[in-house]
Ligand binder design. Structure first.
Ligand SMILES: NC(=O)C1=CN([C@@H]2O[C@H](COP(=O)(O)OP(=O)(O)OC[C@H]3O[C@@H](n4cnc5c(N)ncnc54)[C@H](O)[C@@H]3O)[C@@H](O)[C@H]2O)C=CC1
Ligand SMILES: O=P(O)(O)OC[C@H]1O[C@](O)(CO)[C@@H](O)[C@@H]1O
Length: 387
């Protein structure tokens, strides 16, 4: 039986990565700092996933255990020393904090002459996630260990798509997920291509897939969240029933669709079907998803290469329309959720500095016209709420 070490036993970790690894015959060491989840995994060695659809089909996952990396970092290193695959679903901002442990695991493989090749896959909503993690891991490796890693350890980028909302069950391991799932891996960056997972798609170039996913599912979902919050809704399900929200998300998807078709030659009819499927996923009546979750970490999502600013930049370069995306960014800047520390930070910045300073800082943009256009949108949105 193959084994995987998976960092992040949260929603996507248990609800997607765990399911896929287990159905491919892997045993899984889940690594997390949440002691409730880790203790439950380590005592029960199994959990159930429920599909959020008619029939509520159950999927049973077994051969799992849990390691708390805060309490037992040495166990994580030992697990990596002997594992066949490492995966993460922990959040882009957390990757730097687990890099040291992965580095120690790689050093231990070298010290033990374990020259079996290994792939480390970051399954996060970000472009180039595994390669970013590689950069963080390499900060902790000696020159000798870097040479070893260059030869034996791969960091193939990946895109994962399944909506897994925040869970509210008595059982801390239970997880309800939408039926749709898509996991795509960049085959050209793998060091151990002999291990291929059924139901995972391996491609020679991930870039079109990750951009299609991030600028459709994630831009779209975030548009529902920020428009919905601006109009006073609390859940994605309630927000998307409002035609103003539905029109906004359709408009945003039309713009990112134009970019994707122009840039990557996606077939327009197929892309329209892909978008329609996404809209129906947002409307899944069996899922209750909080706007707070989907809109979380707005500063990260306002980033230069993230789901709004990158398509806006690239549409502008191509003289294509980006007005709905720009309008959404205006609402995004008003996102005020006391439970989200980045939202609090964003609102604090906006109260202490000029909007132009904040927009320049958080988006990383240098294009003055674009910065001014975003500031104008934000000021329009604020003025409209004050009327
Ligand atoms: N939930 C979803 O629908 C999807 C999420 N993703 C991505 O998956 C990643 C995880 O998202 P979710 O599962 O929703 O979040 P989550 O919050 O449910 O899970 C993250 C887990 O990481 C753990 N964690 C945090 N800091 C840690 C540390 N230093 N060491 C070990 N564990 C740590 C948390 O305790 C938590 O269990 C994110 O990058 C997200 O963008 C991607 C596709 C879908
Ligand atoms: O905020 P993050 O970490 O990008 O993750 C939330 C996103 O994950 C998803 O649930 C699936 O990609 C999206 O629907 C949502 O936009």
């Amino acid at each position: 039986m193959n084994n995987a070490v998976h960092f992040g036993a949260g929603n996507i970790g248990r609800g997607f990565i765990g399911e896929t690894l287990a159905s491919n015959g892997f045993s899984i060491h889940f690594v997390d700092v949440n002691s409730t989840i880790i203790d439950a995994l380590d005592s029960r060695h199994e959990y159930d996933i429920e599909l959020a659809a008619e029939g509520h089909k159950k999927i049973h996952v077994e051969n799992v255990d849990g390691i708390n990396n805060k309490d037992n970092p040495e166990k994580v290193v030992e697990a990596i020393q002997n594992t066949d695959m490492v995966t993460t679903a922990i959040g882009p901002k957390i990757l730097p904090f687990i890099a040291d442990l992965i580095a120690q695991g790689i050093s231990a493989r070298k010290a033990n002459n374990n020259t079996t090749t290994l792939d480390v896959l970051a399954c996060e909503n970000m472009i180039g996630g595994s390669q970013f993690l590689k950069g963080e891991v390499y900060k902790h490796l000696s020159d000798e260990d870097k040479k070893f890693a260059d030869e034996y350890i791969g960091f193939p980028n990946a895109a994962v798509d399944r909506i897994v909302p925040i869970q509210h069950h008595e059982d801390p391991l239970a997880v309800s997920v939408e039926p749709f799932k898509e996991w795509v891996v960049d085959e050209s960056q793998m060091k151990h291509p002999e291990i291929k997972l059924d139901s995972v798609v391996y491609v020679k170039d991930l870039q079109p897939y990750i951009e299609r996913k991030l600028f459709s599912v994630n831009t779209g979902h975030a548009t529902v969240a920020y428009t919905g919050e601006y109009l006073g809704y609390k859940t994605i399900g309630d927000a998307i029933q409002d035609d103003k929200v539905l029109d906004q998300v359709k408009g945003a998807l039309k713009e990112t669709g134009d970019l994707l078709i122009h840039k990557w030659n996606f077939d327009p009819a197929e892309h329209k079907a892909y978008q329609d499927k996404i809209l129906s996923r947002f409307q899944n009546k069996y899922i209750s998803d909080d706007i707070l979750r989907v809109g979380r970490t707005p500063i990260r999502k306002l980033g230069y290469d993230e789901r709004f600013i990158r398509p806006i930049r690239e549409l502008k370069e191509r003289n294509l329309d980006y007005s709905v995306l720009l309008d959404t960014v205006g609402m995004m800047l008003t996102f005020d959720e006391p439970k989200d520390s980045e939202s609090v930070d964003l609102q604090k910045k906006l109260s202490e500095k000029t909007p132009k300073e904040v927009v320049t800082e958080v988006t990383g943009l240098k294009d003055e016209d674009l910065i001014n256009a975003i500031v104008n949108k934000y000021e329009d949105k604020i003025a409209a709420t004050e009327k």
